[in-house]
Design a protein around this ligand. Structure first.
Ligand code: A3P
Length: 303
C-alpha cells in the first residue's frame, strides 16, 4: 500500500503500525469474553466484521434490516481495529464499547504477533480467522492499493504494474505478508485449539453462507435458537451483510473511514475467481507451485 515496510518478527509491517504492534503486544489485556476477528488485507474482513457484529448484537436491534448500525456506518467504523487503537495511545480506552456485550475487535496482525494473553490456553477469548484464495486476494489488493495511501507515509509511490506487484506478493513483501505464513499461523492454531480459533474461508462463505454463519454464531457463543431460525433471522443477517446490500448502503458509497480510506474501496466485485480476468496462465502456474511448496507439509488447501 505504498508504506515503508519493516520486517518485524517475520512479518512485513507498515511503518505507521510499528509502535502499535509493540504497544499491543505489551499492554493488551484480554478478557475471557473478547472476540477477535483476524485476517490478512482483502480476504473478506469487512464481510466477517458485518456478520460477526450482526450475530453478536442481534438482540440489541429489533429487526436487523431496520435498526442495525451497519445501515449508518461502514463496518470498519463499527468494529474496533486493535492496531489503530494502539496507534492512538499506548493504553487505549475501550470503555466506549457496549457494556454486557463481548468486545469485538479486529486485527490484521499475524497469529505469531498476537499478545500471549490472547493465545494462552488459560484465556477463553476467541479468534475467528478468514482466509481467501491468494490469487483472488492479490487481485483485490492490486485494485485496492491506489485507493489507499496513508497520510503518514514518507515512502515513494509503490509500483502499480501488475507483474511487479505480483512478484512482490509472491516474495511475501506486502502489508502483513508473507500471506502464506499469515494463513499457516492461524490454520495451525485452529488445529491445535479448535475451541479457541475458528478458521473460515471466503469461498466457503460464498458457497454455503447459511451453514457457515450458523457455525460462526455457535463458535462465537451466540447460536441461533430454533425460534430464530423459524423467524428467518439467519437469512435476515445474511441479506443485510451481503455484498449487494452493503455496497449500495449510503455510508459505503461515500465518505472515508477513520483512517482516510474511501468506504467504497472495501466493496469492489465480491466474487470468487476474479484471478482469471487478471492473471496470466504463467502467473497462475507460478502461484500454484508456490502454494504447493509452502503447504506441502500441511493438510491445508486453498479453495
Ligand atoms: P474484491 O476486491 O475481490 O471485490 P477486505 O474486507 O478484507 O478488505 O476484503 C475486501 C474484499 O471483500 C473485496 O473483494 C470486496 O469486494 C469483498 N467484500 C466486501 N464486502 C463483501 C461482502 N459483504 N460479501 C462478499 N464480499 C465482500
Amino acid at each position: 500500500t505504498g508504506e515503508n515496510l519493516f520486517l518485524y518478527e517475520g512479518f512485513w509491517i507498515p511503518e505507521f503500525l510499528l509502535k502499535s504492534v509493540v504497544s499491543f503486544q505489551k499492554h493488551f489485556v484480554a478478557r475471557d469474553t473478547d472476540l477477535i476477528l483476524a485476517s490478512s488485507l482483502k480476504s473478506g474482513t469487512t464481510w466477517l466484521m458485518a456478520l460477526a457484529f450482526s450475530i453478536v448484537n442481534r438482540t440489541r436491534f429489533k429487526t436487523h434490516t431496520n435498526n442495525s448500525p451497519l445501515l449508518a456506518a461502514n463496518p470498519h467504523d463499527i468494529v474496533t481495529h486493535l492496531e489503530l487503537k494502539y496507534m492512538e495511545s499506548e493504553s487505549p480506552n475501550f470503555e466506549d464499547m457496549i457494556p454486557n456485550f463481548p468486545r469485538l475487535f479486529h486485527t490484521h496482525f499475524a497469529y505469531e504477533l498476537l499478545p500471549p494473553c490472547i493465545k494462552s490456553s488459560s484465556s477463553a477469548c476467541k479468534i475467528v480467522y478468514i482466509c481467501r484464495n491468494p490469487m483472488d486476494l492479490f487481485v483485490s489488493l492490486w485494485h485496492f492499493v491506489p485507493k489507499f495511501r496513508s497520510k503518514n507515509t514518507t515512502a515513494p509511490s509503490p509500483p502499480h504494474n501488475l507483474g511487479e506487484c505480483f512478484d512482490m506478493f509472491c516474495r511475501g513483501i506486502h502489508d502483513h505478508g508473507p500471506y502464506f505464513d499469515h494463513v499457516l499461523g492461524f490454520w495451525n492454531a485452529s488445529l491445535e485449539s479448535p475451541h479457541k480459533v475458528l478458521f473460515l474461508r471466503y469461498e466457503d462463505l460464498k458457497e454455503d453462507c447459511v451453514f457457515h454463519v450458523k457455525r460462526l454464531a455457535e463458535f462465537l457463543g451466540f447460536p441461533f435458537s430454533e425460534e430464530e431460525e423459524k423467524r428467518g433471522v439467519i437469512m435476515e443477517i445474511i441479506e443485510l451483510c451481503s455484498f449487494g446490500k452493503m455496497k449500495n448502503l449510503n455510508p459505503n458509497t461515500c465518505g472515508t473511514n477513520f483512517s482516510g480510506i474511501p468506504n467504497s474501496a472495501f466493496f469492489r466485485k465480491g466474487e470468487v475467481g476474479d484471478r482469471n480476468n487478471h492473471l496470466t496462465p504463467s502467473m497462475i502456474e507460478c502461484m500454484e507451485k508456490l502454494v504447493q511448496e509452502k503447504f506441502k507439509e500441511s493438510l491445508f488447501r486453498f479453495k
